[in-house]
Design a protein around this ligand. Structure first.
Ligand code: MRU
Length: 348
């Protein structure tokens, strides 16, 4: 099962709003369709959004007619703007689109048809690298997982949210593959139920033992000593180690601290945004109030009730035991350890 497939000049995305009841792919034939799919969360999860946006840039390039390089660059800047306007929090989106724009600059001496071909190769590289980074995160993260661990996770940081294997669920998969007999506790993750619909589905497909709980049960389950560690993904990590992730993550970190349970974040290094000094600077997306008024498309509250719907929260760095990246495991003080990992050259 792959969340993103490039096939015959089109982008196929598994429709994550319909899972697990319907396993269907949608086809995006132009960059506007990709932007809509990101906005409507048919594709979601920070690294998956980044990879989808890279292919959106390819679709934008393919739609350009003519050979005039200046006009092509101006067109691609407009495509980039449309894609960047979709969701504000996950930095991987901006990282991937900017990487595609840089490629265009790098190739300024080449003709438009060649640039289009090279952009497709760059999007494939972003996708492939993400897959490899997740394997590495899994390998490294496996070191912090004790045998028979109870692992609590939130939202979906799995294969669906990435090019494959997952970040937080990559660690879970690696521990499972190592025969550690782990057991996952999945928060349902209101309002859009990514934990209940996606994480549970994904893990059950791989025969990884999982128990679903509602978000409000996490503290009780920790108190019952069923949880040995918490592991979540990230949408953006600031230079000081503050982490933006799905709404509810912050509460889990506070609960983990109270119960003396280690709290880990797993993410590719492309999720680290060293330009931001702290989590206070991370833009937090607010989504349509109907998402809270409804459960699975069904309104369950008085019609006009006032609602607040931030999609993410920020977990302060002092609540985070370690940040597991493809470049290594960062531990406090994060300002130093993340800056060190930023220097790391993968060929060393
Ligand atoms: O709103 P979503 O479903 O895109 O939010 C996803 C998350 O918060 C994930 O934990 C994060 O993007 C990491 S995915 C590897």
């Amino acid at each position: 099962m792959r969340s993103i497939i490039w096939e015959k000049g089109k982008l196929k995305l598994i429709d994550q709003t319909r899972l697990p009841l319907h396993v269907e792919y949608i086809e995006c034939c132009d960059f506007h369709a990709v932007a809509e799919a990101i906005k409507n969360m048919k594709v979601r999860g920070a690294p998956a959004i980044g990879a989808a946006a890279a292919y959106g840039m390819v679709l934008g390039a393919l739609a350009f007619e003519g050979n005039e390089k200046g006009a092509f660059r101006a067109h691609m800047n407009r495509v980039a703007e449309v894609l960047k306007q979709t969701r504000p929090t996950a930095v991987n989106l901006f990282w991937a689109v900017n990487r595609m724009l840089r490629k265009i600059e790098e190739l300024s001496g080449r003709e438009v048809p060649e640039i289009k071909q090279r952009l497709l190769e760059e999007a494939h590289a972003i996708y492939q690298e993400d897959l490899e980074m997740n394997r590495r995160i899994g390998q490294l993260g496996n070191q912090v997982v004790p045998p028979k661990a109870g692992i609590l996770t939130h939202c979906n940081a799995g294969a669906l949210a990435t090019a494959g294997y997952g970040t937080a669920l990559g660690v879970v998969r690696a521990a499972h593959e190592a025969g550690k007999e782990i057991h996952v506790w999945a928060d349902e993750t209101r309002p859009l139920l990514q934990g209940a619909r996606l994480t549970v589905w994904e893990l059950m497909q791989d025969n990884i033992p999982v128990t679903l709980i509602t978000d409000s049960m996490a503290g009780y389950v920790m108190r019952q000593k069923k949880i040995d560690l918490v592991i979540v993904g990230a949408d953006r990590i600031a230079a000081n180690g503050d982490v933006a992730n799905k709404i509810g993550t912050y509460g889990l970190a506070v609960l983990a601290k109270e119960h003396g349970i280690p709290f880990y974040v797993a993410a590719p290094f492309s999720t680290v945004d060293l330009a931001l000094d702290s989590g206070n600077e991370i833009p937090i997306e607010e989504r349509d109030c109907e998402e809270v008024r409804c459960i699975y498309g069904q309104r369950v509250v008085p019609e006009e009730v006032e609602v607040y719907n931030p999609a993410f929260d920020v977990t302060p760095h002092h609540l985070i035991t370690a940040i597991i990246t493809d470049r290594g495991i960062a531990r406090p003080p994060y300002r130093e350890t993340l800056a060190q990992l930023a220097q790391y050259d993968q060929d060393d």
